[in-house]
Design a protein around this ligand. Structure first.
Ligand SMILES: NC(=O)c1ccc[n+]([C@@H]2O[C@H](COP(=O)([O-])OP(=O)(O)OC[C@H]3O[C@@H](n4cnc5c(N)ncnc54)[C@H](O)[C@@H]3O)[C@@H](O)[C@H]2O)c1
Ligand SMILES: [Zn+2]
Length: 378
């Protein structure tokens, strides 16, 4: 036998910048980010969320004007490719060959850029397309929803759905840069403003009691989407997600533990069962409520803490029940989650606020009682 032990490591570094007016030619955030790739001019394929474009119809003009103002860094940017907004673009991939055709036709290479401008669904889908072309074209994300700015658009994953299974097909690829422009949030509908707050509650519950206290204190203001508390919530939530990716020792999720997926085993299944009528964050809020209830019912966490979690979520405006709960097959949903993670079942629960804990089994009868309790709130 002969064996060669191959071992190497690759390090990644990318800026996640919070700004306003990112495409104003005087704003240098994008310019500085691109200059990390050396002097240009760089070639860009822009992929834009139809919902964000409808809300900001001059987006293509702004991209062109930015490129025209910085010709040393950017080649002229042709009209963006528009993807349907929301989960539709992750469900129906008929657009994927068109993107790859454009990448080929326009001579986009591994040193060029894909700009993904949109909500979590579009940045997931566009990131997936970019990761496949030439085995990876540099990606700059411009997340345009709360959830994309504080979670989906800042990390190292992309995915699309397959046969109604959430995120079944995807890759782990860190972006080149993330430009979080708060101006985009001004055109969001209330459901999309609220949806992303669920991820902040999630990460606070598993990692940071002080952040949960902040969310609890500002719950009414968050329910009104007051810009100050919203921006503080987005930045801290993003910071905690990034810190986890950077320091957990498992950025590409090779192990079975997935603490950032607290509330998600049920959340993902409820999204599917609702035919994506539930937004991701709305489903996650119900998933958080369900798992918090289970923690309190099994004595892992106090009922006082559970009550505080429900009060926070409900004051923000989340509805902690949904008709899809009736169709939730707990055992099958947990098994789907286990298979998706790989390895043994590993579910993140709470010992208290700010204290996530991994468990390897769930009492199905008790969890069913918790589902029934949530259903009775409807
Ligand atoms: N890759 C990851 O790590 C990760 C993490 C969390 C969530 N996700 C994924 O993110 C997705 C959810 O993303 P989301 O909550 O951002 O919703 P979304 O992307 O589904 O967008 C919701 C709606 O908002 C519209 N929209 C987007 N920007 C807008 C703007 N500025 N103004 C007006 N309308 C706008 C969209 O067109 C869409 O109709 C899910 O598919 C989820 O699985 C991925
Ligand atoms: Zn999520």
């Amino acid at each position: 036998m002969r064996e060669i032990d191959q071992s190497f490591s690759v390090s990644f570094r990318y800026p996640v910048v919070f700004t306003r007016g990112s495409l104003d030619p005087t704003n240098l955030v994008l310019r500085d980010a691109l200059l990390r790739a050396g002097t240009g001019p760089h070639r860009v394929l822009a992929i834009v969320d139809a919902g964000a474009l409808a809300a900001t119809p001059d987006l293509p003009d702004r991209l062109s004007a930015y490129a025209a103002a910085h010709p040393d860094v950017l080649e002229p940017i042709p009209a963006p490719h528009v993807l349907p907004g929301g989960e539709t673009c992750k469900e129906d991939l008929s657009w994927l060959p068109e993107i790859h055709e454009q990448i080929a036709a326009r001579g986009i290479c591994r040193h060029s850029f894909v700009f993904a401008i949109g909500g979590g669904s579009v940045v997931d889908a566009a990131g997936y397309a970019a990761a496949l072309a030439h085995r990876g074209v540099r990606l700059v994300r411009f997340p345009t929803t709360v959830l994309a700015q504080n979670d989906a658009g800042i990390g190292v994953k992309n995915a699309v759905n397959f046969q109604n299974r959430k995120n079944f097909v995807g890759t782990f690829v860190p972006p080149f840069a993330v430009v979080n422009d708060f101006d985009f949030l001004e055109t969001l509908d209330p459901r999309d403003l609220r949806s992303g707050i669920a991820e902040a509650v999630k990460v606070a519950l598993i990692k940071d009691e002080a952040f949960f206290d902040q969310l609890h204190t500002s719950r009414e203001a968050l329910g009104r989407f007051d810009p100050g508390p919203m921006e503080d919530m987005i930045v801290r939530c993003a910071e905690l997600h990034l810190e986890h990716i950077r320091t957990s020792g498992d950025p590409f999720e090779l192990g079975s533990a997935r603490p950032l997926d607290f509330g998600h085993w049920a959340g993902h299944k409820l999204e599917e069962l609702s035919g994506y009528d539930l937004r991701h964050g709305e489903a996650v809020a119900i998933g958080i409520a369900l798992d918090s209830l289970y923690c309190a019912q099994t004595g892992l966490m106090s009922d006082v803490a559970r009550e505080r979690i429900f009060e926070t979520l409900e004051s923000i405006g989340f509805v902690l029940t949904h008709a899809a709960l009736a169709a939730l097959d707990i055992e099958a949903a947990l098994d789907d989650f286990r298979v998706h993670l790989g390895g043994d079942l590993c579910i993140c629960l709470l010992e208290g606020i700010g204290r996530g804990v991994d468990v390897g089994s769930i009492d199905l009868a008790e969890m069913q009682r918790c589902v029934d309790l949530l259903r009775s709130r409807g």
